[in-house]
Design a protein around this ligand. Structure first.
Ligand SMILES: NC(=O)c1ccc[n+]([C@@H]2O[C@H](COP(=O)([O-])OP(=O)(O)OC[C@H]3O[C@@H](n4cnc5c(N)ncnc54)[C@H](OP(=O)(O)O)[C@@H]3O)[C@@H](O)[C@H]2O)c1
Length: 279
């Protein structure tokens, strides 16, 4: 399959590039410098020239706190640009997969969020991502929206991706014990994105590793268990102790209502995936 992966320097993009190359796809991976998805003309010209069969949009403005003061930049990348990509995909009749987030939910529900739950995004980043979902589907009915959450992986700079390095250096870390999500290994998400591009059934999917989810504290504790690090290095804190600019859902565990009905196996349990990441 000739496939475009946008935002090629990002964590999920790198995992997706590796996965697609490993199964023999013709991968065109473009960084922001090579394809700025906010530039509608550049996007359309690239698509008409390259005639991709599928597009996986891994590019986004991902600075959740920064979005609170960079509203316009955030919306351009996460909403307007997603529409640009959807429209260009429609022009060349390509499958279009774009990633959204568990943050579209407000976090008031303790149980797993499914596609039956109505989004109620709280911060600017979350609102921009929901707007991206809506614009994608309105611009191109074939759009496939993949909500994921708590993603970590090689090359990632977010908290979950670097805890193990900090603990390995004997550094103590503060970890939130009263905020819950479903951890997702970028490598596993990558294979799901590619499967969905092939399946080509437009819908909103929830894609995370299986299991009952955990807190940031639980995630860090699991790393200590697997690697034999000192658990005393992890200091449990409350979400209210961290005064962060953007609101975040206190609980945003995701479950998919129909993945298995479409023949998709659940992604492996999050603890198993974490073991592989730590190897
Ligand atoms: N990480 C998580 O826990 C998480 C959770 C839920 C959903 N998601 C979603 O998953 C997707 C991938 O996230 P990630 O964690 O891989 O993010 P990431 O590592 O921050 O990568 C995002 C990439 O997008 C690029 N980008 C930003 N604006 C662009 C533009 N206008 N044109 C082209 N590229 C642009 C960035 O380029 P630069 O390097 O030049 O800035 C960066 O390489 C995003 O849609 C994100 O919203 C992530």
């Amino acid at each position: 399959m000739k496939i475009l992966i946008t935002g090629a320097n990002g964590m999920v993009a790198k995992a997706t590039i590796d996965y697609c190359q490993s199964i023999g796809d013709e991968v065109v991976a473009l960084t922001r410098q090579e394809l700025d998805i906010t530039d509608a003309e550049q996007v359309e010209a690239t698509f008409l020239r390259e005639k991709f069969e599928a597009v996986i949009n891994c590019a986004a403005y991902t600075d959740v706190d920064g979005a609170e003061t960079n509203h316009e930049t955030c919306y351009r990348a996460n909403a307007v640009a997603v529409e640009n990509l959807a429209l260009a995909s429609r022009k060349i009749d390509a499958a279009f997969v774009t990633i959204s987030t568990d943050y579209v939910f407000d976090g008031a529900k303790k149980d797993f969020y499914t596609q039956r739950d109505t989004p109620n995004p709280q911060g600017v980043y979350a609102q921009s991502k929901l707007e991206g979902e809506i614009r994608a589907r309105n611009a191109y009915a074939r759009s496939i929206i993949v909500r994921s959450g708590w993603i970590y992986g090689a090359g990632g700079t977010n908290f979950l991706s670097v805890i193990d390095k900090l603990l390995a250096e004997g550094k103590s870390i503060k970890s939130i014990s009263d905020s819950y999500g479903t951890p997702t290994f970028a490598k596993d998400l990558a294979s799901r994105l590619r499967e969905l591009a092939e399946l080509d059934l437009p819908a909103v999917y929830h894609a995370t590793n299986a299991g009952s989810g955990t807190s940031y504290f639980g995630f860090a504790k699991k790393i200590c268990e697997i690697k034999g690090f000192d658990q005393n290095l992890i200091q449990s804190v409350s979400v209210n102790d961290l005064k962060r600019p953007a609101p975040r859902p206190v609980s945003s565990k995701l479950a998919c209502l129909f993945g298995e009905k479409f023949g998709l196996s659940p992604l492996r349990n999050w603890e198993k995936a974490l073991e592989e990441y730590l190897k």
